[in-house]
Design a protein around this ligand. Structure first.
Ligand code: S3P
Length: 170
């Protein structure tokens, strides 16, 4: 990176955005943010509770607002929620304000990493989480691809290798 730009991680639940983002930021001496954590900090409620009280629609409005504000920064790594790219506004902001890295993985890895998680109400209560993840992938993968500057797989290699690949490409 020539100047202190931003790195935005997008991709589905369980792709490793938060884990990789935190370590990537540490390595590059950038500030780390996570849009879900930011929503929880601002509301004082966990994501499941926000979904329960305000529905997915209310959550998406909060997510859009958080992304709007965080993308104003310079020199950050931001792990975005898997559905944040549903908003055209957010897609435009992410594209305009930093390098967008799409972290790709398999449904198997997603399932293994997202069981019984209070931050994932869309699958936490589902009878068939695999089907939910498949449907989300069908609806969203083209959007991740559309805004990605860089695509990195996270299912076949260690976190360290993924981070090295991101650093090499940004
Ligand atoms: C969501 C992904 C979650 C969280 C919320 C909704 C989604 O974030 O924002 O449960 O719609 O895919 P992660 O991608 O960090 O799991």
């Amino acid at each position: 990176m020539a100047e202190k730009r931003n790195i935005f991680l997008v991709g589905p639940m369980g792709a490793g955005k938060s884990t990789i983002g935190r370590q990537l930021a540490r390595q590059l001496h950038l500030e780390f943010y996570d849009s879900d954590t930011e929503i929880e900090r601002r509301t004082g409620a966990d994501i499941a509770w926000v979904f329960e009280l305000e529905g997915e629609e209310g959550f998406r409005l909060r997510e859009e607002k958080v992304i709007e504000e965080l993308t104003e920064n310079t020199g950050i790594v931001l792990a975005t929620g898997g559905g944040s790219i549903l908003s055209k506004e957010s897609r435009n902001r992410l594209s305009a304000r930093g390098v967008v890295v799409y972290l790709q993985t398999t449904i198997e890895k997603q399932l293994a990493r997202t069981q019984r998680d209070k931050r994932r109400p869309l699958i936490a209560e589902a009878d068939n989480p695999r089907e939910v993840l498949e449907n989300l992938a069908e609806a969203r993968n083209a959007l991740y691809e559309e805004i990605a500057d860089i695509v990195v797989r996270t299912d076949e290699q260690s976190t360290k290798v993924v981070i090295d690949q991101i650093i090499e490409k940004v």
